[in-house]
Design a protein around this ligand. Structure first.
Ligand SMILES: [Zn+2]
Ligand SMILES: [Zn+2]
Length: 170
């Protein structure tokens, strides 16, 4: 379901309360964000916006930060780069991030979600959360295993060579 109208309402409420301008870029940016079904970087969003709307990179960055602040977008770190994704209407999910290649996979776990919901956060209003599990994806594991096997067989053939040279001498 399209959650843009709901997100727009949150933004309008915030801008009104803070007496900030309702610039069309802000709403356009939010609409684009709510049309993206995966994780994105600020630069990717900027590239996507650039084709259809005159907007500066700084505007994209500052508005993304605002959306994060008011709980419309969540932000997480992948190795050294920041990724964003929309919040409203998203199923609670977590990220498995490969620290070798940067691949992001999502997973769900109702036990984690309910534990977080039940967790006590005294004097704190929660609007979102993000959780990442770091490790190695299966592709990087396979690559590492292949490299290990190659090294082993090289070591073995080197040892065999040494043995034969020894035997030749002896
Ligand atoms: Zn990987
Ligand atoms: Zn995600």
């Amino acid at each position: 379901m399209d959650k843009y109208p709901q997100a727009e309402k949150v933004l309008i409420e915030y801008l009104t309360a803070k007496k900030l301008r309702r610039t069309p870029e802000r709403f356009h940016l939010l609409r684009v964000v709510y049309g993206i079904d995966k994780h994105f970087t600020a630069d990717e969003l900027y590239e996507q916006m650039r084709g259809v709307f005159r907007v500066s990179r700084a505007t994209v960055y500052s508005n993304l930060d605002l959306f994060v602040q008011i709980g419309l977008v969540s932000k997480f770190l992948v190795i050294n780069s920041v990724r964003y994704e929309k919040c409203l209407g998203m199923k609670p999910h977590y990220h498995m991030i490969c620290t070798k290649c940067g691949e992001i996979k999502e997973f769900e776990d109702s036990k984690i979600s309910s534990a977080i919901e039940l967790a006590r956060c005294p004097r704190f209003i929660r609007h979102s959360y993000s959780l990442s599990v770091l490790g190695f994806c299966y592709k990087c594991q396979a690559k590492a295993n292949r490299a290990k096997r190659k090294q082993q067989s090289e070591d073995e053939s080197l040892q065999n060579k040494r043995k034969t040279t020894k035997n030749d001498k002896g």
